[in-house]
Write a protein that binds this ligand. Structure first.
Ligand code: NAD
Length: 376
């Protein structure tokens, strides 16, 4: 089987999400990493390339060098993966698309709302695939929840409660130079939304992705709890959805003791759903009048969309890397079958989700500043 060739930007030694991208991209045997600019430092990028076993000539000093050199090769990369801090998402994506390469970018799409509008026009002009790795969209039971909402099983959706609670920034970790905390607390490298951008956008995306409803208004309070920190680390927001439903979104990185506590509850007229990222192979379905049900990943009763992204029989847990790999598999299948001009499947978040996410950050900051509801 032909494989897609991938070039990575970021993901050097000590990085968090770069290695996850590599594992996820290669999990299904459809993609091979052949090139990269893995670090700001040319030396570290070369050392990383050697550790990953790629041709030394293709471990580049920077992403511009990578794009220029790869364009000249008969075996050039097919797409670029962006796993850098946020301020580089726009320049790398724009340069890659303008050089003729498809893009898989990590979220948030850019550092600011203005930037994402620029990126949107670059994506449209290039007419090339652009995917955004909102990881949680890759879980089988998130796909099931989305299908249940679309099928009308819940009836009209009335209320949504999403929470994303982490505790790892409960202390001023950035002051110790910890890599992931350091750039996330710097508005230049991160963008203006701290916790609201880093994890609030995942929660926001999950609400719109699963319900199929758009958020039309919000009232957000953003706080900085840890002294000396510049950006928000704790956020609470009320949401209004397009069908009149309301909701709450709670995101915090100072929720002491929490790991990666993403949870989505959706309440409809007839039934309700409850999914937790830390227990991702079970989905609770509650009915108006009936016993509570637990849907298990790989259950034979699940819908087509969940079955399509399940790899293992029931009782063999799939998790974060497999969910991430679902996004890569959909991306690869689309390019391998239809080429660079084929539209990506609607299950895969793309530039529209990127624009919505950046608008969410911008609106939450505006609402917090005005201490008032704002329209989306
Ligand atoms: P990190 O600090 O661990 O890694 C960033 C990497 O980018 C490092 O290897 C760094 O050397 C490299 N880098 C910096 N400048 C570079 C340059 N000019 N050229 C090449 N490489 C450069 O950060 P992280 O936690 O892995 O986050 C990276 C991105 O992934 C962020 O945008 C973050 O929001 C996103 N992220 C997404 C998820 C998810 O669930 N999808 C999870 C974590 C992080």
């Amino acid at each position: 089987m032909e494989k897609l060739r991938m070039g990575m930007v970021g993901g050097g030694p000590g990085a968090f999400i770069g290695p996850v991208h590599r594992m996820a991209a290669e999990l299904d045997g459809r993609i091979e990493m052949v090139a990269g600019a893995f670090s700001q430092s040319a030396e570290r990028s070369r050392a990383a390339g050697a550790a990953f076993g790629i041709d030394p000539a293709r471990a580049y000093a920077g992403y511009r060098e990578m794009l220029a050199a790869e364009r000249q090769r008969p075996d050039a990369i097919d797409f670029v993966v962006i796993a850098t801090p946020n301020h580089l998402h726009l320049p790398v994506a724009q340069a890659a698309l303008e050089a003729g390469f498809a893009v898989v970018s990590d979220k948030p799409a850019t550092a600011t709302y203005e930037e994402v509008l620029q990126l949107e026009s670059v994506v449209k002009k290039a007419g090339l695939p652009y995917a955004l790795t909102h990881t949680y969209a890759g879980y089988a039971l998130v796909r099931e929840a989305r299908e249940l909402c679309a099928s009308g099983r819940l009836g009209r959706i009335r209320k949504v409660a999403v929470e994303y609670l982490q505790g790892w920034l409960s202390q001023p970790l950035e002051a110790s130079g910890q890599k992931q905390a350091a750039w996330r607390s710097d508005p230049v490298l991160n963008g203006p939304g701290g916790c609201i951008g880093d994890i609030g956008t995942h929660a926001f995306h999950l609400v719109e992705y699963v319900t199929g409803l758009r958020v039309t208004g919000l009232n957000a309070t953003l706080r900085t709890v840890v002294e000396g920190r510049t950006l928000d680390d704790d956020c609470n927001a009320f949401l209004r959805l397009e069908n009149g439903a309301t909701g709450t979104l709670m995101a915090s990185q100072v929720a002491t003791g929490e790991g990666n506590g993403l949870r989505l509850r959706i309440y409809g007229e007839r039934a309700a759903l409850d999914w937790r990222q830390e227990d991702p192979n079970r989905l609770m379905v509650r009915s108006l009048d009936g016993p509570e049900e637990i849907y298990h990943a790989a259950g034979g009763y699940l819908g087509a969309s969940a079955r399509a992204v399940t790899r293992l029989p029931g009782g063999h847990p799939e998790g974060y890397i497999e969910a991430f790999a679902v996004l890569y598999r959909e991306f690869a299948d689309s390019l391998l079958a239809g080429g660079q001009r084929a539209p990506l499947p609607a299950t895969l978040p793309g530039i529209e989700a990127g624009v919505r996410g950046m608008r969410f950050i911008e609106r939450a900051i505006a609402s917090n500043r005005a201490a008032a509801w704002v329209e989306f």
